[in-house]
Design a protein around this ligand. Sequence first.
Ligand SMILES: [Zn+2]
Length: 226
Amino acid sequence: MKRIICALLCLAMLPILPICGEGAVKVYGGQDNSQMKIALSFDDGPHPRNTERILDILAEYSIKATFFVVGENVEYYSAAAIRAVREGHEIGNHTYTHPHIAKLDRVSLDLEVAKCQETVKRVLGYDMRLFRPPEGVVDDAVKVMAGEQDYSVILWRIDTRDWAGTSSSDICANVSRNIKSGDIILMHDYFSKGCHTVEALEKMIPMLLERGYNFVTVGELIGIEK
Ligand SMILES: [Zn+2]
C-alpha cells in the first residue's frame, strides 16, 4: 500500500518538479521561481504562415519564446526560422521528421536528433541545447541520447491542446485557471486549419502580463545559458 501511495505521489509530482533522469540528464516540465517567470513553447514548425503570425504577436509584446523545430520543416520553410533566431527566440530540437519515438531504436533516434541538429546549425547557425521528444515520450533511449549529446529534455506543465482544435476561449480559460510561476506552456506553430493557436495567443498574452507574469525562454527559465 505504502508503495502504491509513493508511486501515486511521484506521478503527481511529475509535471511540477524538474525530474532527475539517469546520470546527468534532466527532464523539465517547468522550473519553480519567485519572479513569476513562465515560458511559451511552440512545437513542430517552422510554418511559413503560422510561425510568422506568432512572431508578429511576440514582437508586439517584446516577448521571447522557444520554438522546438522539426528539421525537415527548417529545410522547407527556413525564412520563418531565420526570422525567429534574428528576433532573439530560442530554438530547440524536435527531431528531423517527427517520428513516433517509442517505435525508434537507438540508432534511428540518434540519427533523427543529429540530422535536426546539423540542419539547424547549417541553416540557422544555431547550437541547440534543448530537446523535446515528439509526443513527450521520454524512454531510456531518449535519456541515453540526451546524456551523451548533452541535451536537457523539455516537456511542459500546461498543454493548451491547441493541436486538437480547442477554442481560443477554452485555451485561455485553461491557462488562466492553471498557470503558476515556473510553468512551460505547450503550443504549436505547425497546425492544421481549424486550430485557434494564434487567436488564443492574442488573448492569453495580455491576460498573463496583466497578472504579473514575465515571459522568458525555456533556457532562461531552467537556467541554461545559450
Ligand atoms: Zn511535436
